[in-house]
Design a protein around this ligand. Structure first.
Ligand code: AMP
Length: 275
């Protein structure tokens, strides 16, 4: 397995793969890998000959008061997990190799990014789109795999690929969960024992949507909020939206998506379910 630290060397690796006729699969991550990330690697392996995992805590997608500095990192463990998972290359760039100090060109999706996580994290998706566009240019993937766990992110990446004609197929893979239903996340490492107990409220609120035929968006939003609050969580949003436009819906139909963001102590967690 190659461990690559600069964009230049990563592109050289990618060009070599392409010249040898190998299809490249990319799994972009911020590291602190868990089984959810590794399930994306498995999905990438099914659709490509050589899988690259990028591990980069991207500063431009964090707001000034967010957890960039404290975001959990363990490169040695991540590299070992990638080796075990038969990854072909790990891209571990230093931030200064990714952004020029005077970088002034960004990718900014302008419709899907305003609600949900975009409302509470201004600038977040601009950072995400920019880094993913850069990773596509650096790693030259034929296919890239993202998690449904970050539903809004997946929708925005798809839109970016469509609107900017990136020659990359996007695969969205299902969310892996702990035995009690909590969606796996690197940020779960922040939770105290008590908060970990509360955190199950996110998946419980989504489970409750499946009980009985959904009456209306308003009723379901309240149902989710009640369950989140019963678990001691502070609600950021609890929404039901159209899967493509991400706009709130009132009359529920199959394929609508319920999305939740809630604070467990100071840790902001997200989850979603397609109805
Ligand atoms: P992150 O490292 O949190 O930026 O996540 C990197 C990728 O892994 C994103 O495409 C996420 O949607 C995906 N991911 C995160 N958590 C999970 C999970 N529990 N199951 C499946 N994919 C996940």
């Amino acid at each position: 397995m190659e461990i690559v630290h600069t964009p230049h060397a990563m592109t050289a690796w990618a060009q070599e793969q392409r010249h040898s006729g190998r299809r490249i699969g990319l799994v972009p991550t911020m590291g602190y890998l868990h089984a959810g990330h590794l399930s994306l690697v498995d999905e990438a392996k099914k659709n490509a000959d050589a899988v690259a995992v990028s591990i980069f805590v991207n500063p431009t997608q964090f707001g000034p008061n967010e957890d960039f500095a404290s975001y959990p990192r363990n490169a040695a463990c991540d590299v070992a997990l990638c080796r075990e998972a038969d990854v072909a290359a790990v891209f571990l760039p230093a931030p200064e190799t990714m952004y020029a100090p005077d970088a002034s060109v960004f990718v900014d999706e302008d419709v899907l990014c305003h609600g949900l996580c975009g409302a509470s994290r201004p600038g977040h998706f601009k950072g995400v789109c920019t880094v993913v566009a850069k990773l596509f240019n650096i790693v030259l993937p034929d296919v890239a795999v993202f998690g449904q766990k970050d539903f809004q992110q997946a929708a925005i990446i798809r839109r970016m690929v469509r609107d900017l004609n990136f020659p990359v197929s996007i695969i969205i893979a299902p969310t892996l969960r702990e035995p009690d239903g909590l969606a796996m996340s690197s940020r779960n490492a922040y939770l105290s024992t008590e908060e970990r107990r509360q955190a199950v409220g996110l998946s419980r609120a989504l489970d409750a949507l499946m009980e009985g035929m959904p009456p209306s968006g308003t009723v379901l939003r309240h149902r989710m909020r009640d369950i989140l609050e019963q678990h001691g969580l502070r609600v950021d949003y609890a929404e039901i939206v159209d899967a493509e436009t991400l706009t709130p819906v009132e009359k529920i139909s199959k394929g609508n998506v319920a999305l939740i963001a809630a604070y467990c102590g100071t840790t902001r967690l997200i989850d979603n379910r397609v109805l």
